[in-house]
Design a protein around this ligand. Structure first.
Ligand code: HEC
Length: 230
């Protein structure tokens, strides 16, 4: 009887102290059982540790190699990240080709067509984006009378003069790369959103009908190909 009690007492004391050890929080990550089950050992794309004995002292890897060995034996030179296939062009998530025109290549930019079909939804989103990114300078109706624009000065009135006839590709290019006193917004606004703003500027701010559906061949890469290299 005494032994049983002692066992229960001792056992629960042990269980409590073990459970207390499981606590995690704050800077304490707690203890993990078999951490490689939770954190898979991934190839690090930009490292290439080919020495199989690196970190042997720490290793419990099944392949018997050192913990820090990080090299893909199936790739040439043990590279972890393969080079892209020759003569291929990466597309982004939306399937667009990279925009390669330089800031001064406005003429070529004007030939690029809006790849995004206009719709009520696109215009609605375009409005939100215009208010967020453009209205501070260009004003809510695009007349160049935004509060920040008053200080900067020389803001284009998008509803007047030659600005009304700007091609969509030109507007996209100005948003992306900036022009004159206007800074580039390409790094702040994703490509698709920039084309939405273009639809909004053309159809709502400038009151023009949507352009015909774009011919798929005319994109910035096709235009860039006729551009002399520089
Ligand atoms: C910080 C103020 C500012 C912001 C923000 C701004 N612009 Fe501008 N924008 C200007 C100024 C200034 C000009 C006149 C540029 C020049 O010719 O020197 C201009 C010119 C333009 C032009 C005429 C380009 C040309 O060919 O002359 C367009 C189109 C335009 N902006 C669109 C936009 C759109 C769309 C946005 C929102 C994504 C935007 N701008 C955001 C200040 C701004």
């Amino acid at each position: 009887m005494k032994i049983a009690k002692a066992l229960i007492f001792g056992g629960s004391a042990l269980a409590i102290s073990l459970l207390a050890g499981c606590k995690a929080g704050g800077d304490n990550q707690g203890l993990e059982y078999a951490p490689q089950m939770y954190h898979s050992v991934a190839y690090e794309p930009l490292t290439q540790i080919k020495d199989e004995s690196q970190g042997t002292w720490l290793s419990n890897r099944e392949d018997g190699k050192g913990e820090f060995f990080n090299s893909n034996v199936y790739n040439p030179h043990g590279m972890n990240m393969r080079e892209p296939v020759a003569n291929t062009v990466p597309r982004n998530k939306q399937g667009y080709l990279p925009y390669r025109l330089k800031a001064f290549e406005l003429e070529q930019a004007a030939l690029v067509q809006n790849p995004l079909e206009s719709s009520e939804e696109v215009l609605k989103r375009g409005e939100v984006l215009f208010m967020q990114y453009c209205s501070a300078c260009h004003g809510k109706t695009g007349q160049g009378d935004g509060k920040a624009g008053e200080i900067i000065g020389g803001v284009a009135n998008l509803t007047g003069g030659a600005y009304v006839n700007l091609p969509e590709g030109h507007i996209f290019h100005v948003i992306t790369k900036g022009k004159g006193r206007m800074g580039a917004h390409g790094s702040q606004i994703p490509e698709e959103s920039r084309w939405k703003i273009v639809h909004y500027v053309k159809q709502v701010i400038q009151g023009q009908a949507a352009a015909a559906a774009p011919a798929p061949a005319v994109d910035s890469t096709a235009v860039a190909q006729v551009t002399p290299a520089n």
